[in-house]
Write a new protein. Structure first.
Length: 313
């Protein structure tokens, strides 16, 4: 849904688990609109596709990973006459018909039965370290008349299975595909590669346009009440825990102000930094949160000093 030279974000949807939508007080505290209810990720994806179709957004393909499921999204896209490359799990079942080489079984079993000659090394696009090269295999499963799904766009379309294999460790990823008959594997690989480009764009841009009321709930999910209690948040803007402060004297007594110092507003970089550190599980969560508060307090002090110096000029 985006040109190769750019990946503009034209729509987004916030997924809230049922534990959130069933708790009105929690939704109110997180500034979630009253009209937001529980919806599965496939349902959210189908709604986004529907909005794009209603707005006459020009696109020919949709790519998605396994968390969005396939059945509901597949139906919407087939009826709209759009091709897709949708991620599925290894136990997803595939069957072919009216093909010279019959295929039946789970995606993983089918991949394990492939011959070396069935694989092609192709690039899914340019990455930060060069072309994203993987080994790919594509199996056409069935040729169907698109008129059965979309009367306005007749013609023969092919349902298939696309498999990606990591060159270094052999990890496999599987995709169910729907495309006009005769579509080459290079096109399908390119479509799947656009998903990476969009994810890169999301990591860099999606939160910058969020209002403060939307950023704060994100941190609330990151730092759950249990984690907040564990961190005790008693380092509000002061020095990090002693174990992390290697330059401080061991017996130094740290004085604290009665009121907590101001903190700079949450930034995308700070949220990402906390998420990465928590995922690595190398540092105690209490120390990660304390360091974040310490950084934000010092950033706020530096910002205040900068503004003060400018007003004195």
């Amino acid at each position: 849904m985006s040109p190769a030279t750019a990946t503009p974000i034209i729509d987004r949807a916030l997924y809230l688990p049922k534990i959130w939508t069933d708790d009105p007080a929690r939704l109110k505290a997180a500034h979630v609109s009253d009209d937001v209810g529980f919806a599965t990720k496939p349902k959210l994806a189908a709604r986004m596709i529907g909005r794009a179709l209603a707005a006459h957004v020009p696109f020919a393909w949709v790519a998605a990973d396994t968390v969005y499921g396939v059945s509901e999204v597949e139906r919407v896209l087939r009826r709209a006459g759009k091709g897709y490359v949708l991620g599925v799990t290894g136990d997803h079942l595939f069957h072919s018909w009216d093909k010279p080489q019959p295929v039946a079984g789970s995606a993983l079993a089918i991949a394990e039965a492939l011959q070396p000659s069935d694989w092609q090394r192709l690039s899914a696009g340019a990455g930060t370290k060069g072309p994203r090269l993987h080994d790919w295999a594509y199996l056409e499963l069935a040729d169907l008349e698109a008129e059965e799904f979309d009367a306005e766009n007749p013609g023969v379309w092919t349902r298939g299975l696309l498999i990606r294999r990591h060159i270094a460790n052999g990890d496999l990823a599987f995709f169910t595909t729907w495309c006009p008959a005769g579509t080459p594997i290079e096109t399908l690989v390119s479509v799947e590669g656009h998903r990476w480009a969009i994810e890169d764009r999301l990591r860099d841009r999606q939160e910058r346009a969020w209002s403060r009321s939307q950023r704060e709930p994100l941190l609330a999910w990151l730092a759950s009440p249990r984690l907040a209690r564990h961190a005790r948040l008693r380092h509000d803007g002061c020095h990090p825990p002693a174990r992390q402060c290697h330059t401080a004297p061991k017996n130094e007594t740290i004085s604290r102000e009665t009121a907590a110092p101001p903190l700079i507003r949450w930034s995308v970089q700070e949220v990402r930094r906390i998420a990465v550190r928590l995922a690595q599980r190398r540092i105690k969560p209490a120390h990660i949160i304390a360091w974040s508060l310490w950084r934000r307090a010092h950033q706020a002090a530096a910002q205040s000093a900068h503004f003060k110096s400018k007003t004195q000029l």
